[in-house]
Design a protein around this ligand. Sequence first.
Ligand SMILES: Nc1ncnc2c1ncn2[C@@H]1O[C@H](COP(=O)(O)OP(=O)(O)OP(=O)(O)O)[C@@H](O)[C@H]1O
Ligand SMILES: [Mg+2]
Length: 313
Amino acid sequence: MTPLDTDDLQWALQRRLEDVFVKLGEKFGDLTGRVETTIRPGVSFDDVGGLQQAKAALQGFTTALTHPDRYKDWGITPPKGVLLYGPPGTGKGMLARALAGASQAIFFRLRLFNLTSKFGANTGELLQEILRIAMGEGRAVFLMEEVDALSLDHLLPPPQAREASARLVAALCEKLDAIDPSARVLVVAATSRTDALDPALVAPGRLDHLVEVTLPDPAAQQEILDLMRTRTEKSAGRPLFEPLDYRSILPLMGGMSGADISEILRRALEAKVHRAAKQASAPLVTTADFLEAVDGYKRVRGVVEKIRYGQYL
Ligand SMILES: Nc1ncnc2c1ncn2[C@@H]1O[C@H](COP(=O)(O)OP(=O)(O)OP(=O)(O)O)[C@@H](O)[C@H]1O
Ligand SMILES: [Mg+2]
């Protein structure tokens, strides 16, 4: 029996972790929204659409967490870390969560952008503490999102950023090197900016398995859409969609990520909520409704881009 088998034990463990993080917060400052721990992440590899290669690669890592002895049988130590890289919203976080779920591991998630902004120079020490907690709790997947933020170029002018970042990366590398190979902890780093990544992090023995997480092609987009449709219908307990005409939908979604698709789906359903509020009921989502949601989403993205590039300032 693993410690995660009963709800009582899970609850106790969650409480204990929360206590530890409150104590850490007393030392470093409030960690709310900066560290997330999930005892039993409810995501499986089956929930991830497309990404066959990335899924297969990550599924391979479950052995490192569940049966590290198999590595020993072949005279090697299990991997310590993997880097997931690819455009935003393509499922990197989801894959890490699925890996934790499939390995019955506790899932720790840090957004490094957030963490480095607040803790700057103390980030190294804080990371060390969190890693220590992860290692003390049995199997753990430790996701560090936006690992490019270790470059600190969002915080400091270039010369200072380089120097502070080098120190921070060196501290993190030291911690990665010090992880006991039998610890059943896997560090998963994720980034959409490989250009800003320090090569020291991906040196052998550290985050030395590189997995690309690509934008979905039309077939993968359809799979993702179907998965999401099924999930929402299940949660509503009824059909929500007419059969969709993918031949007219997919050509309009070139370059869109899973996160984009999720947002479009939400918009299509939200329009139904509004309509049902006015008319007491609304028909199922049709292809035309969906296309309207795609259009609305594209308009919103256009405005977001203009804001980002300062054209509205
Ligand atoms: N391949 C996919 N299959 C199913 N859902 C997906 C997929 N990719 C993205 N999604 C949806 O998009 C949401 C965001 O995905 P996720 O956070 O894993 O992306 P990410 O690559 O970590 O993004 P970021 O780089 O912005 O952190 C997920 O919660 C899910 O709803
Ligand atoms: Mg993410």
